[in-house]
Design a protein around this ligand. Sequence first.
Ligand SMILES: NC(=O)c1ccc[n+]([C@@H]2O[C@H](COP(=O)([O-])OP(=O)(O)OC[C@H]3O[C@@H](n4cnc5c(N)ncnc54)[C@H](OP(=O)(O)O)[C@@H]3O)[C@@H](O)[C@H]2O)c1
Length: 381
Amino acid sequence: MITTEAWVLHAGPHSPTPGTLVRESYSFKDIADDEVLAEPIYGCWEANMAHAISRWPVDVCRQRGEERVVLGNAGVVRILRTGGAVDTVREGDLCVLVSVGIWDRYGYPLKILAYDAPGTMGVLAKRIKLHASQVYPISPDTRHALEQWAAFPIRYATAWDNWKVAYGAWRLQMDEKDGGAAHVWAWGGGVSLAELLLAKSYGCHTALIASDDKRIELCRSLGITAIDRRRFPDLSYDEKKFRADLGYRKRYMRSETTFLDLVKEHTGGAGVSIFIDNIGGPVFRATGKALARQGVITTCGWKEGTDLAISRAAECVNRHIHVYTHGARHTHEAVHYAEKHGWLAPAPEQVYAWDDVPDLVRDYADGKVSTYFPIFKVNEL
Ligand SMILES: NC(=O)c1ccc[n+]([C@@H]2O[C@H](COP(=O)([O-])OP(=O)(O)OC[C@H]3O[C@@H](n4cnc5c(N)ncnc54)[C@H](OP(=O)(O)O)[C@@H]3O)[C@@H](O)[C@H]2O)c1
């Protein structure tokens, strides 16, 4: 057995109440022939970690049937030891996580490492056991900081796959002779930012909606149009309230109109060609209205809940395509692209220390973290 120190999430009571991370010792079986033992250097806080702690929309401890779970599926690790059958990485290699726990027969992710994949552990531990396919070496000559690489798994890797499918879907109905470049918009988030940077590299017009000065400034510095969400503060759709509460309906409609006017203004009246919506419920109605004919709504996240109501008739008539993807199949390709083109998160202004992980959990939950890529340190380099 190997024993290490970890921030552990314990299973909660039946009607889910939010959990907390407990710092304690954690033991796991020594590595098998196809596994590696590694020490995480940096981790990146992920929305899925917050979902797991809040036990919403899924309670991962209960779903996995496990009493204790070590979260953390984005980060950079150093290989300490490899199993006898491993020839893809060596002791000392610095690697990004490939955050998949279970793949389907075609290589697409079914369950995510250190989230819903049973028996897996993440970088909120000083030592970690992984399958060899869950690590991919960073070039020893990398031009980029390890903190930037730590943010790559999950958000950038997922963005890579989602963008390829979304853009491909748009191109199924709209080609070069149909007019100018696509207008690609996104509700805020790290995946969205990574995806818009890809869209920009394809020559698309890009816009990101955000409600924080630093995020807005970041967009502008990256050449992405920033749309300030505070200009339409009541854009939070609730079907029941919309029917029953006239005051709410008026406020909502005012915000929706402001938002749709901004869409018109920034797209020359055309509407959005590809809308990245990883939020869902409260914004989905507006997303649909902002979309151009033959437009694509693309999703890999369900930040505000899992279910949506859709008018199938309207979507058919408008020839909207809905794209859904999960995780990444092509992490290796994306890593090489990132190294070559610097397609990585900006270097962080702040790195949370190992001791301060609970502060990070609290700050993130309280909406006090401006960066889309909050980094924490696990071990010294
Ligand atoms: N399936 C997968 O493989 C996969 C992979 C990665 C992420 N995800 C999921 O995708 C979702 C987004 O993750 P992320 O890491 O990109 O995002 P994130 O970094 O967690 O950021 C979320 C952003 O959403 C915006 N937001 C929150 N509530 C909103 C609302 N009601 N209306 C409009 N904007 C709102 C906020 O931006 P502003 O306040 O600045 O507007 C916030 O910064 C999460 O649920 C995550 O779990 C899934």
